[in-house]
Design a protein around this ligand. Structure first.
Ligand SMILES: Cc1ncc(C[n+]2csc(CCOP(=O)(O)OP(=O)(O)O)c2C)c(N)n1
Ligand SMILES: [Mg+2]
Length: 193
């Protein structure tokens, strides 16, 4: 069967974060998703995780509830999301209108050597999100539909869950600051809390 076209993760994340201004709060899951967000431009209002696998959505949910006037965007990987699947039920239960979750799904644990994840063996993360009570879900793998995915993630009434099917390619490491205290303090200062 011919392979469907898939997205380039760096290009997709650059589109996702384009013209973000100071009203978008970004939580980046550990590893490559955090490097992708940094490659799109390091920002005081991005909180990249250096660990806490499975914690990106819980952190985004707490932030969305604490900052209801701001849009919160979680950008994470399929492996990270699979580790924190239970958190989708909390999002579905609370339904924060200002939260969007985008999973960069390469069907691999990229950071640790490209081992296959279960999204390549039948697990449909958008369907899991829908079943957890998240009203707006989409799976996008074609560059022609990237604009639609970006608009859902940036502006649709949430909670929103978008799976982006991406090429399992490795990119240059573009690392954010590594000091967690610094990352927390700069985020809070930029938010004014
Ligand atoms: C609890 C825990 N288990 C395993 C790891 C090792 N680890 C770091 S990143 C990663 C894979 C992440 O995969 P994914 O979220 O799909 O990101 P990708 O690199 O594929 O974009 C793993 C297994 C970890 N940091 N913490
Ligand atoms: Mg992955």
């Amino acid at each position: 069967m011919p392979r469907l076209p898939m997205l380039d993760r760096r290009a997709a994340v650059a589109e996702l974060l384009k013209n973000r201004g100071d009203d978008l709060l970004v939580v980046a899951g550990l590893g490559a998703p955090a490097w992708d967000c940094t490659a799109a431009g390091d920002h005081d209002l991005t909180f990249p995780l250096w660990g806490a696998m499975g914690g990106a959505v819980p952190i985004g949910l707490g932030l969305a509830q604490a900052q209801p006037e701001k849009r919160v965007l979680v950008v994470t990987g399929d492996g990270e999301m699979l580790m924190g699947l239970g958190s989708l039920t909390a999002v579905g239960a609370r339904k924060p209108a200002n939260l969007a979750i985008v999973v960069l799904d390469n069907e691999r644990y990229g950071e640790t050597g490209m081992q296959r994840t279960n999204t390549g063996r039948g697990t449909n993360l958008a369907a899991v999100a829908k079943a957890a009570g998240i009203p707006v879900v989409a799976t996008v793998g074609s560059p022609a539909r990237l604009d639609e995915a970006v608009s859902l993630a940036r502006t649709a009434r949430g909670p929103v869950f978008v799976t982006l099917k991406i090429e399992p390619a490795e990119h240059e490491l573009v690392l954010p600051p590594r000091d967690g205290v610094h990352l927390t303090q700069r985020f809070r200062a930029a938010l004014g809390v």
